[in-house]
Design a protein around this ligand. Structure first.
Ligand code: ZN
Length: 492
């Protein structure tokens, strides 16, 4: 494999609001933490997009030669519906509804989560810790925050004192919110809750008698607040300060803001150098929500079993569709957009096949090295996958010209093109060449059969049948090309 050139990578840091040159804390190593799912229902498509986005980041760092420790947690302790404060936790609620043990719910949906992400060809993280496996670490952090004077105990529960913290620190620096505005806009009246201030958040909650998931602690038999688990697990496996923390845009506030506060209160250090947030996914221009029916599950896309779809789509096509938008942009999901993405994907795969049959010439008429560097430049600009994909289509254009002889490449350049195209498509973007595997193979065999029948018809001067086959294939985006060595086909 040709050496990957050294690259200057810029990452948009949500904390500064700017693209910053990536400088790892330890040379050639990257520590990355991404907030994982709460496993109480099937993983939804918006979450899949977030995890595909961070899989791209993980893959690109690996491709550049970094040793990456990618930690992504499983929230299995359940967290409270209403901002880690009042009410029943989601996992316990689902367990009650389905008459299952909470850990049965956790197991069922953890398996679903892994299976779904595997279909998208996401690489597993290096460590996948669970919240329930890190209760002791969470209790230790609470003790430190209390000792530092930034948390207080009331009736067996412990709350983070946001006002106190904000006197010496900046609560709101990630989300850009001002504590004064939060207080002014709060509808919660002080005195109605055991918290000193509505903005305070739970670090530990005393369990109600009906609460099933509970652990002993110095304060009560209870359970940790949701924000705390990520502070405990990220710093345990990546250190008090680490390179990258990612998650969905909706986690910026309060979850990630609270993580920063917890770390700064317990260690005095800012925990994360680069905060990355993946944007949301809409469906036909509207927010996805089960309650309105504007909702689709990943498996419904793969089976085609949903009224908004005209057909099924392979997971790698859905992945390609997701990567056609930059991770910080809103992505709108629709049947038409998926159909268009599938056409583009098939063109890329067909070009790959075409490239394998092209022979080198004496000289090169196209600067492959410049094309390759421009492709890296796209990824180095905050993982800009849509620009990289545009670069790949630029290569497709040249592959067609190489095939018809209007452009040429010498042996070294041809090899560089093959290796680079393969690396970008399959290692970095994480696509799968399904044209050469299941459905694509069936398609190829079917088209070849139709070509054979058409050739027979032409030999018999039955031009009505031969034209009918050619036109019907053309209507479906398959173009037949008759040449000296027989008939070939290309996907439109
Ligand atoms: Zn988290």
């Amino acid at each position: 494999m040709t050496q990957t050139p050294s690259q200057s990578l810029y990452i948009y840091n949500s904390l500064s609001g700017e693209k910053e040159l990536f400088k790892p804390i330890h040379p050639d190593r990257v520590g990355m933490y991404v907030c994982g799912p709460t496993v109480y229902s099937n993983v939804h498509l918006g979450n899949c997009r977030t995890f595909v986005s961070f899989d791209l980041v993980f893959r690109y760092f690996k491709h550049l030669g970094y040793k990456v420790r990618y930690v992504r947690n499983i929230t299995d302790a359940g967290h409270l519906e209403n901002d880690a404060d009042e009410g029943e936790d989601r996992i316990a609620k689902k367990a009650r509804l389905e008459s299952l043990e909470p850990m049965e719910i956790v197991q069922r949906y953890t398996v679903d989560f892994h299976e779904t992400l595997a279909k998208f060809n996401n690489l597993p993280p290096s460590i996948e810790p669970t919240a329930t496996g890190h209760i002791i670490e969470q209790i230790e952090i609470i003790k430190k925050i209390i000792d530092a004077g930034f948390a207080y105990e009331v009736n067996g529960s412990v709350y983070f004192d946001v006002l106190r913290f904000n006197q010496s620190h900046d609560y709101g620096k990630l989300s850009g919110r001002q504590l004064e505005d939060m207080i002014a806009n709060s509808r919660e009246l002080t005195g109605q809750s055991e918290k000193k201030n509505p903005q305070d958040f739970a670090l530990w909650k005393k369990a109600e008698p009906k609460h099933i998931m509970r652990w002993p602690s110095p304060w009560s038999l209870g359970f940790p607040g949701w924000h705390l688990e990520c502070t405990a697990m990220s710093t345990k496996y990546l250190g008090q300060q680490f390179d990258i923390h990612g998650g969905g845009m909706d986690l910026k506030f309060p979850h990630h803001e609270c993580e920063i506060a917890q770390s700064e209160a317990s260690t005095g250090q800012n925990p994360v150098n680069y905060w990355m947030h993946a944007n949301m996914l809409t469906l036909n221009g509207k927010k996805m929500a089960k309650s309105t029916g504007n909702n689709i599950l990943p498996n419904e896309i793969f089976s085609g079993n949903n009224a908004i779809l005209s057909k099924s789509f392979h997971p790698t096509v859905v992945r390609f569709f997701m990567l056609m938008a930059h991770y910080r942009s809103v992505l709108d999901f629709s049947n038409d957009a998926l159909v268009a993405a599938e056409k583009g994907f098939m063109r890329l795969m067909a070009a790959c096949q075409m490239l394998s049959k092209i022979d080198s010439k004496e000289t090169s008429s196209w600067d492959v090295a410049a094309w390759r560097q421009a492709s890296y430049d796209a990824m180095n600009d905050d993982f800009n996958s849509p620009i990289l994909i545009a670069q790949l289509f630029e290569a497709v254009k040249y592959i067609h010209r190489l095939a018809d002889g209007t452009e040429s490449l010498n042996a070294d350049d041809l090899q560089l093109l093959k290796e680079s195209l393969h690396a970008f498509l399959f290692d970095v973007l994480g696509l799968e060449n399904v044209v050469q595997t299941d459905s694509g193979n069936k398609l190829a065999k079917t088209v070849e059969l139709l070509i054979a029948i058409r050739n027979e018809a032409r030999t018999n001067r039955d031009f009505t049948t031969s034209d009918r086959i050619r036109d019907a294939l053309k209507d479906n985006g398959i173009i037949l090309k008759d040449g000296k060595e027989g008939t070939e086909y290309v996907l439109e």
